[in-house]
Design a protein around this ligand. Structure first.
Ligand code: BMA
Length: 395
């Protein structure tokens, strides 16, 4: 090849690389980390958001069902159109959350009866309108065939489950297949114009308690860390480039950073430091509500301190007051508890259409509606209309 042709080839190749980056998508380049640039931008924006004293509001299964209704899954024109939160304040949560439980089984619907195809479409739609999606995973037990929740009668099996799915274990291959189904789903989160939808993936949550088979009493520290390592590695190997990872212990560390970090899989795996903390206060018991506020304060102080040292974003990855019996809970309890801490989002759990007392967000007629509207209007709270440029590079 003469010099001139060689030069032309190099220029042409350079131009092609410039247009078609390693990902093969003109406008969806991969960053140095191997994740899409938008995914990295999201992470940077989440960190900055926390530091600026505002936080996004999130609600689990918000747009797929609520009290007295369920979306028409056969009709795509209903995607992202109905929500208890929207019915109450005229805006959607900035953060939607869905669960991947039962995707591992190859089922069409998740453990709460929501089709995975609809979850995919909701996440893409939420991205298209500027909001964010987070995904949890209440994965079944591959050894006992049971659910995520430990069954007393199966305790011996539960104790061996994590060991059984790690490398060398009898269920390792099965479990890799389960992870591959998660990877396929994450890879399928792509807009029609070829952009991967960044999401926050939050598996292996509340492991500081012992109600899930990956919980404190059912595996060693090293096994729990290895579980995360295996998860992150397999998703990466399967080409997942659009997932941030959130670590979300429960309140058991109770302000003790060593406890919080005891099973931490490492800065190279985790992007967001989370906390799951619920308000249990039957009959609006004021002492119990105050206890929740204190518990939040103690644990969020700990998490935000750790996050500063590790340069991570912080989120209240799950919270809520089942039934919201105190009508002023949003502005008298939740907002003041969050005001002191640089979190990027707060997420309340679902409004179960099949079990109406199991609701964590208001719906028309619910007793905290008027207070929720005040909460919505606080300058600190961000809903969908308040969000812009979540996926753009920070200047
Ligand atoms: C729990 C409850 C369950 C549900 C699970 C996964 O907290 O809401 O009813 O199946 O989360 O969404």
């Amino acid at each position: 090849m003469n010099k001139k042709i060689l030069t032309i080839s190099i220029v042409a190749a350079t131009l092609m690389v410039g247009c078609n980056n390693r990902n093969g998508k003109a406008d969806d380049p991969l960053a140095e980390s191997g994740r899409t640039q938008r995914t990295e931008n999201l992470l940077e924006n989440l960190k900055a958001q926390g530091d600026s004293g505002v936080y996004m509001f999130g609600h689990h299964d918000d747009t797929v069902y609520g009290i007295g209704w369920e979306a028409d899954y056969a009709n795509d024109s209903t995607i992202g159109t109905k929500s208890d939160v929207h019915s109450v304040c005229g805006d959607f949560p900035a953060v939607l959350s869905f669960d991947l439980g039962h995707i591992e089984l190859g089922d069409d619907k998740n453990l709460d009866g929501v089709p995975f195809d609809r979850i995919r479409k909701e996440a893409i739609h939420q991205f298209d309108r500027g909001g964010m999606t987070t995904l949890s995973w209440h994965v079944n037990n591959p050894l006992s065939g049971g659910t995520s929740w430990v069954a007393d009668s199966l305790k011996d099996i539960e104790r061996n489950t994590v060991a059984a799915i790690l490398e060398g274990g009898e269920k390792h291959d099965v479990f890799i297949g389960w992870l591959d189904r998660v990877a396929d789903f994450l890879n399928s989160l792509e807009t029609p114009y070829g952009v991967k939808v960044p999401v926050v993936f939050r598996p292996w949550h509340e492991h500081t308690g012992s109600w899930f088979w990956w919980g404190q009493d059912f595996c060693t520290q090293e096994q729990y860390k290895a579980l995360w390592q295996m998860t992150a590695e397999r998703l990466k190997d399967k080409g997942v480039t659009n997932a941030l990872f959130a670590y979300s212990p429960g309140t058991e560390p109770d302000g003790n950073a060593d406890k919080y970090l005891e099973r931490y899989p490492g800065d190279d795996i985790i992007d967001i430091l989370g906390l799951d903390a619920y308000c249990n206060a039957p009959d609006a018991d004021t002492t119990m509500i105050a206890g929740y506020a204190k518990k939040l304060d103690t644990n969020l102080s700990m998490v935000t301190k750790i996050a500063k040292e590790h340069q991570k974003a912080v989120a209240l990855t799950e919270t809520g007051y089942e039934g919201i019996a105190a009508p002023d809970w949003w502005t008298a309890t939740l907002a003041p508890a969050l005001a002191k801490h640089p979190i990027c989002y707060v997420l309340v759990w679902r409004n179960a259409r099949e079990r109406p007392s199991h609701h964590f967000a208001p719906y028309p007629g619910q007793k905290s509606v008027s207070d929720f509207i005040t909460f919505y209007n606080l300058k600190e709270t961000l809903f969908l209309h308040d969000i812009n440029a979540l996926y753009l590079k920070r200047q």
